[in-house]
Design a protein around this ligand. Structure first.
Ligand code: RAM
Length: 340
């Protein structure tokens, strides 16, 4: 177990889109400083930019840590492998990865661990053999089931629905979609039908195109679930551009800052998410803890102290779950939209 004296105050300065973020000093990688890499699914996603801000906040608190924020331009395992390779050459101390594929990263992250680099996944998991711990923002079953419960309420438990997801290989979305399908087996949804699952690759343009494709292919569509912040805002825009807002219901996981207008005008009356800043903060705190050897070999029951996030407990399969998602609607969106 670890104990840190944490500095209370911190300030995050203006940040460049990707690269090295020095904590406490402009020079950054001075000798003796630790390097923690945050490898995200892809750059250009505000969700991950907020994760980075949380990571930098943690690094500033710890004091001798630099955060390196990187990701491919499109969410592919190949792109992440290339990045991880170069991070290993730069001798990073830890990798915290939101994986574009559950299995494809395992050989490179195993190699990293053999070289003494600490590896955790966060947000989107790497298979257990390829990481020491996975930090989940919330319980997968709850995330999956609750999105079906919400869309069902919105459409009166009747009619056709579709799912517009991130990339087809994304671990987190695929696990949630698995739970959505299980939820749909309940007889109370017998008058609902899942027409299709489509993938917008967490790119706004592609997600918009996929939403348009759904409107065309399924003229009786009554609801869309988007378990991705990129997908839900692109779909909201597509609904408004085509005059289908209000006719096709929309829910899923969205960033309040990106969805505020659509929540307020009724295109999406309810959605959920967790705090990505807290997620990045916690990932860096845990990575730092592992580097310092406070927990030598992670096992269920271990407890990490993650600064202002308090205690994070490791569960089965070395998965640590943070908390329940926030639910956003017109009543609270303003408050959250100014934060993330
Ligand atoms: C997108 C990404 C991320 C996911 C959120 C909800 O930003 O796919 O992995 O957790 O949506």
């Amino acid at each position: 177990m670890r104990r840190y004296v944490l500095l209370a105050a911190l300030l995050i300065g203006s940040l460049a889109p990707s690269g090295l973020y020095a904590a406490g000093s402009a020079e950054g990688a001075a000798t003796g400083r630790l390097k923690i890499a945050l490898v995200v699914k892809n750059l250009g996603n505000s969700f991950f930019d907020a994760v980075r801000d949380g990571g930098v906040e943690a690094a500033n608190e710890i004091g001798n840590v630099d955060v390196i924020y990187q990701g491919p331009s499109t969410p592919t395992a190949e792109g992440q492998i290339e990045i991880i390779d170069s991070l290993l050459a730069q001798k990073v101390n830890a990798l915290a990865i939101s994986a574009d594929d559950v299995d494809a990263l395992v050989p490179i992250t195993k190699k990293a661990m053999k070289e003494g680099v600490k590896v955790i996944s966060f947000d989107s998991a790497i298979a257990p053999s390829g990481r020491e711990l996975h930090l989940a923002p919330s319980d997968d079953e709850l995330i999956g089931r609750s999105q079906i419960q919400t869309i069902a309420r919105m459409i009166g438990y009747r009619g056709e629905i579709a799912i517009l997801s991130a990339s087809s290989q994304a671990t987190n979305q695929n696990v949630w979609i698995g739970w959505m399908k299980r939820e749909l087996q309940d007889p109370k949804y017998s008058a609902m039908k899942l027409d299709a699952v489509v993938y917008g690759d967490d790119l706004s343009d592609e997600s918009y195109r996929q939403a348009m494709g759904l409107f065309k292919s399924y003229p009786n569509l009554r609801g869309i679930v988007c378990p991705t912040t990129v997908g839900i805002s692109a779909t909201a825009k597509a609904l408004e551009d085509t005059g289908l807002a209000g006719k096709i219901a929309l829910t899923g996981l969205g960033l309040p800052s990106e969805m505020k207008q659509y929540i307020k005008d009724g295109t999406c009356t309810q959605m959920a998410l967790w705090n990505p800043i807290d997620l990045g903060y916690t990932a860096v705190m845990i990575a730092d803890d592992l580097i310092k050897g406070n927990i030598a070999e992670v096992a269920p029951g271990d407890v990490f102290e993650a600064g202002r996030m308090g205690v994070i407990r490791v569960g089965d399969g070395n998965v640590a779950v943070m908390s329940t998602p926030f639910v956003f609607d017109a009543g609270n969106i303003d408050k959250f939209a100014s934060i993330y």
